[in-house]
Design a protein. Sequence first.
Length: 320
Amino acid sequence: MNDQFLKPGEHRDAVYAKHPVVRNAVKIVTGPVREAEEVTRGAILHRDPGTYFLAEPRVGKTTTIEMIKSVMPQTFPGVPVFDCNAKSHCTRSEKTFFGELLYELGQSPAVGSPAAYRRAVALDRLIGDARTAKSDRIVLLIDEGQSWNEFEYELLRDLINDLRKAGVVCTTIIFAHPNLELHVKRDLLRKGRTDLTGRFLVSRHTFRGLANKAELADAFGAYDNPRRHQFPSGSELCYSQFFRPGAFGQGWRLAAEVDIAWSIFAAASKSSERSLVSLGMQWVSGAIRNFLFAIDESVRLPTAEIWNDSIRAASYNAMY
């Protein structure tokens, strides 16, 4: 029955454009993601303040936040989990901050509404969701935390204080570029704003990329295993089989390509005079996507040239 998705025709055409690989929307639970999930669980369980992750570009912060948001209800059923993308503005205002927060909560602020009104609506929404879930706490996952400064963190602190008055504890988990420490935290400490650093920037963690070939092999293997990832849902077709059905049927697996791919990533790192100790998943998934698009059933090993082109097309060399 699943052959309809593997052979050219209307059934394959109908799902091809929606495939996570085609949409560049693959979400792989890697070692670094598991580490971040464990830290987040601990912070929520113990209601620890000030947990934050620092990460270089392209390691997959945003995708990881999406995965954490989706799995936390399994560990903490009934605890509302929200996510928010911090934004930087040349001109900062309460009206803008609370308007954007409302958008992140899935509500559109009334046109022309004042800051106080927007703040009240956001507060009511958070309290309301907690009470509907019969929870005395909520979780706020913040992406791009380096985009906020003293102004926004002060507004968030006051909002969280009002939540506490209403009997709702808010645990924040921040993901950010290292500039969060280099600029934002340093500036707060210089100003003596330990009230803010003590609330949001206490427990520092590194969200890293893949550290070695074994972790890359695990990521590649996820494409070969329908129990980890399949599409369409219920088809039992792993990603590798969907794109190379003939070769897959003859025993080929994407995981068999890991030695070649790792060596090319390593060579690219060496040419850029950096150590391959944190390989971002956005580069990895982009390179795999390019590889699966470039290769066809007629291609036989070795595939080094295709991988070289695929990794270059993922802009790995261009980042540094």
